[in-house]
Design a protein around this ligand. Sequence first.
Ligand SMILES: Nc1nc2c(c(=O)[nH]1)N=C([C@H](O)[C@H](O)COP(=O)(O)OP(=O)(O)OP(=O)(O)O)CN2
Length: 193
Amino acid sequence: MLIRKLFKFEGAHIVRNCSTRRCAHSLHGHSYKVEVLLQADALDHGQMVYDFGLLKGHVRDFIDAFDHAVAFWEKDDPTYIQQCKQFSERWISLPVSPSAEQLSRVFFHLLDALLTSTDMANGESGVCLHSIIIHETDTGYAQCFREDACNPNMGAFELKQIRFSEPIQNEWADRQMFARLLAGERFTNEPPA
Ligand SMILES: Nc1nc2c(c(=O)[nH]1)N=C([C@H](O)[C@H](O)COP(=O)(O)OP(=O)(O)OP(=O)(O)O)CN2
């Protein structure tokens, strides 16, 4: 069975080298929608695949990191990167360009690592990330499945190459959550306070 939780954020980017000139050469924003699809063939003690409320902790914080933030490719022009950092305190440096396709891969890697690092507390069993859908506009979306997240033809990267600015991390309920994830620490899926 599949369940789906929808998140939203307002984000800014430039996608270099794409065919659409406005997209490649002008900083612009989108009201993104992110669909997180989870899969399991068993139910927890509440007869759910995974309580939607559990996704309002670390998962929501990782997605909300991109809200009112500029996401840029680490290989973009150093002057552009320097100015992004200078004029936006909320920035995210990515090892891939921030197209809808690559953002869906970034979220897949982040949330998959989080889910596999989480000890289940209410009988959840075999819950895995099925896919991530990123709606960049009302009319266009990208959907990342596991095979896409790991596809070297789309650009291999590691989570440690993602950088969240300090002001973004300061807003997380668990300021250390990304560092803990990178360090391989375990999380529990207790409901957020
Ligand atoms: N496959 C992709 N194509 C485009 C992406 C992308 O991430 N993946 N991104 C863009 C731009 O960011 C652009 O702002 C969105 O493009 P588009 O859908 O053309 O946006 P419009 O609002 O102009 O389109 P409507 O048809 O009016 O909704 C470009 N392409």
